[in-house]
Design a protein around this ligand. Structure first.
Ligand code: BGC
Length: 742
């Protein structure tokens, strides 16, 4: 990887060491000496084949069964892990073979994609990020962990912490959006939720930060595509959420599919070894993504399987998911001195370390009585409803269209997503069952049982024809209000689900227009895994709710918001563009030498579209109103290593209790490298009763004020900083202070 070379002498700066500190949990560090000794003892007994067996992960069947071959390999001690095998009884059966019949009795680690729930499904991660509520996300994640562990799963391939600035990329649904700070808070919350303080506990699992790294920067938003990212942008935008997972003690990482500046992420020694192990002191293991070792051949950095194995192992990928090139080629590579015993031993050591930390040597089996108590229990389902409610974003609410009157007599419920159980679960639904999911139709009927609900689908999600519109219009005309649920199917986002248009599919917009034309008060309920270009709706529909894919309890949670039992408080974790031609569009962009200026042709803008987004990052309304005032700093001048406290008041000026997310942004106005026009550095979601004021405090120190300078060192530089606070990234009040060179 090319390092950016300095072209100017360093300013007087301080190195900020906080970025170099890793904090293992105390219980882990106490046990680590013992664990290393036990690993030494095992390594001393293992044959090369047994070592390579630990590096192998194989896929089970999609229904959770293992394959006959797994039994045989486990018996021979030639398998380290499976993915997708789940269920206490099935995992115990396979585990029993490994720990009673294999020579060294090393347990298997069972991995599974527990992304936003195991059986009780929570909103997609992009939706949960819209809650701006790390505590809620930690809670949902801990529930997912408890359910998964009860089902014999030890390890999730989550959190997905890829920053995404391109909504065409379907996997934007799986992450926390465009911002490294919000992304880091969510990443940390998820690791804590999955792992707790000690992931050997019977209700925790080990997490996996993925996809290392810059997978979200896929050119054109096309999944698996090439990425070209400078080291500065890696460090400032793509690395921070991963760094947050390491600081939170994450046990594993997954190497990504993408080519990163000419070196595929699964063969990239700079990211896998120099940064992750060298700089960050990560001591867990790295698993490849699905066949990403073998794909090094198609990338063109390996002529054959042996090359691919050598590249990946030497770069720092410890476990190979699904392809079997380590096993086939390692012996010969060692004979040719292209791979050392030490590299293999180190990879095995890291995997065994996580198995020990999981407590698998002491307690290899899962209590088969737990599943029925833990999985999909009523407390978990209630939490899913609450968290789905916290994830909903009110994008528009003219003339107080919402909340709807609970005494409403008749409601037209229209649209392809109004009664689709499977779509509520989103794209990674773990072991979730469509039949568990509450649709909006069910949710509304349960909430207002006295009302007549005139349901008409109008069209399916593809909406190729207007044949069903007539029924939908009749339903609208016969009702007091109309609710239209439009958007994408769950399969239109997630992996391998890139889109070249962000419009509503097919003729869905025509359906909305036709319903609006009836003149009935209309609420548009969006369900989708990415920002959509909804200009007409934003301009013409009186009320819009962004509900993402809300999970098992989606319909109840949306009904809670529609009828005012829950006052929406979510905010967008990603910018909504007006047109696909604006992409990439994100709030923390650079200023350029010619910032957009309507009065100046020779400024940075488009001839045929505004430069501004449809809805900015951080945006979201409430049924009440808030006022943010009285922005004050503890000092106008701080030294290089100093801190400044930012104080601000937020007041509920309306008539209902509600939540506001107060957001703090900074700008370093002149530095040795260009800085974003705004950078989120703090937020707090607070609940306020009518008339109530809360005084909030944020602290800014070196961690928030620093950046990667021309020598690629993390520094705070002296000079002016703007501080901006507000309810979204655009409506901000501001002040400033100076960092002084002393
Ligand atoms: C995805 C990963 C996932 C893995 C295992 C891959 O295709 O990219 O995110 O964890 O499959 O299911």
């Amino acid at each position: 990887m090319n390092r950016i070379k300095s072209i100017r002498p360093a300013l007087i700066v301080i190195v900020v060491s906080i970025f170099l500190i890793t904090i293992p949990s105390p219980s882990l560090s106490q046990r680590s000496g013992d664990i290393e000794k036990r690993i030494d003892a095992l390594l001393a007994q293992m044959t090369l084949e047994e070592k390579l067996g630990q590096l192998q992960q194989l896929d089970g069947e999609s229904n959770g069964n293992f394959r006959p071959e797994h039994l045989q390999l486990a018996r021979q001690g030639l398998l380290g892990s499976t993915l997708n095998v789940r269920g206490a009884q099935k995992t115990n059966q396979l585990q029993r073979i490994a720990v009673t019949e294999s020579r060294l009795k090393i347990p298997l680690i069972f991995g599974f994609d527990v992304i936003h729930g195991y059986r009780t499904i929570f909103p997609i991660p992009l939706g949960e990020a819209a809650s701006w509520d790390p505590a809620a996300v930690e809670r949902s994640t801990s529930i997912a962990a408890a359910e998964a562990r009860a089902a014999g799963v030890h390890w999730t391939f989550a959190p997905m912490v890829d920053i995404a600035r391109d909504p065409r990329w379907g996997r934007i649904a799986e992450g926390a959006g465009e911002d490294p700070y919000l992304g880091s808070q969510m990443a940390r919350a998820r690791v804590r939720g999955f792992q707790g303080n000690d992931y050997s506990a019977s209700d925790r699992i080990v997490a996996c930060a993925k996809h290392w790294v810059a997978y979200g920067a896929a050119e054109g938003g096309r999944d698996y595509n090439t990425t070209e990212v400078s080291e500065r942008t890696l460090r400032e935008v793509y690395f921070p959420p991963f760094r947050a997972t390491v600081n939170a003690g994450v046990g594993t990482f997954m190497s990504a599919f993408n080519d990163l500046d000419g070196v595929p992420a699964s063969a990239n020694r700079f990211t896998l070894t120099e940064v992750l192990r060298g700089e960050w002191k990560f001591d867990g293991f790295v698993v490849s993504d699905y066949t990403s070792v073998e794909e090094l051949i198609k990338h063109g950095v390996a002529a054959n399987g042996a090359d691919a194995a050598r590249e990946a192992l030497n770069a720092g990928v410890d476990m190979e998911m699904v392809s079997r090139l380590y096993n086939k080629n390692a012996r010969e590579l060692m004979r040719q001195h292209q791979l050392t015993q030490q590299t293999i031993d180190e990879a095995v050591r890291r995997i065994l370390r996580v198995k020990f930390r999981l407590g698998l040597f002491a307690r290899p089996y899962t209590d088969e009585g737990l599943e029925s108590k833990v999985i999909f229990n009523s407390a978990n389902v209630a939490a899913a409803r609450e968290i789905a409610g916290r994830s909903i974003v009110l994008l528009k609410n003219d003339r107080h269209t919402l909340p709807l009157d609970k005494n409403v007599r008749s409601i037209a419920l229209i649209g392809p997503l109004a009664d689709s159980q499977a779509d509520m679960l989103g794209s990674w639904s773990g072991d979730g069952k469509p039949e568990d999911a509450i649709t909006l139709l069910q949710g509304i009927k349960a909430r207002v049982p006295q009302a007549t609900v005139n349901y008409a689908q109008g069209c399916d999600i593809g909406c190729a024809t207007a044949d069903g519109f007539e029924n939908a219009l009749r339903a609208a005309k016969e009702s007091d209000v109309a609710i239209i649920a439009v958007g994408e199917s769950a399969a239109m986002s997630g992996e391998a689900a890139s889109r070249s248009s962000l419009d509503l599919p097919g003729r869905q917009l025509d359906l909305v227009k036709a319903v609006e034309a009836t003149g009935k008060p209309t609420v548009v309920v969006l369900m989708n895994g990415r920002p959509l270009t909804i200009n007409w709706i934003a301009e013409n529909s009186p009320a819009i709710l962004e509900t993402w894919f809300g999970g098992t309890q989606a319909g109840n949670a949306i009904a809670d918001v529609l009828f005012g039992d829950v006052n929406p408080g979510g905010k967008l974790p990603v910018t909504f563009p007006r047109t696909i031609g604006q992409i990439p569009i994100y709030y923390n962009h650079k200023n350029t030498g010619r910032p957009p200026d309507a009065g100046n042709k020779y400024s940075s803008k488009y001839l045929d579209a505004p430069w501004t987004p449809l809805f900015p990052f951080g945006y979201g309304l409430s049924y009440t109103q808030f006022e943010i005032t009285n922005l004050q700093l503890s000092s106008q001048h701080i030294p290089l290593a100093g801190k400044v406290t930012v104080r601000v008041d937020v007041r509920n000026t309306g008539k209902r209790a509600g939540d506001e997310v107060v957001q703090l942004y900074i700008r370093d106005t002149a530095a040795s490298v260009t800085r974003p026009v705004k950078e989120l550095k703090g937020f707090q979601r607070v609940t306020l009763q009518p008339g109530e004021t809360k005084h909030l405090e944020f602290v800014l120190g070196a961690e928030q004020l620093g950046f990667w300078n021309r020598q690629m060192r993390f520094m705070v530089e002296p000079g002016e900083f703007k501080v901006m606070v507000g309810p979204n990234s655009e409506d901000l009040i501001e002040t400033k202070f100076e960092v002084q060179n002393r």
